[in-house]
Design a protein around this ligand. Sequence first.
Ligand SMILES: [Zn+2]
Length: 69
Amino acid sequence: MTIPYVGRCLGSGEPARAGSIERTGKEQTGVCVACSGRFDLQDGRVVEHETAEAGERESMGDRQPPHRA
Ligand SMILES: [Zn+2]
């Protein structure tokens, strides 16, 4: 099985989705607006990452397609 490499996600370096931010001690995570994966935040922005696979995405209770930057 081959998973195509999609590279750096468009949501890298962008603010996390509103309402998705979780804090654990000093660590913050948030959901990427582009791929809906949950990643660490640095200064309130999603760290650079690859596009999350479908199984890693979080449902936020809506079915809207992801934003395209
Ligand atoms: Zn992403």
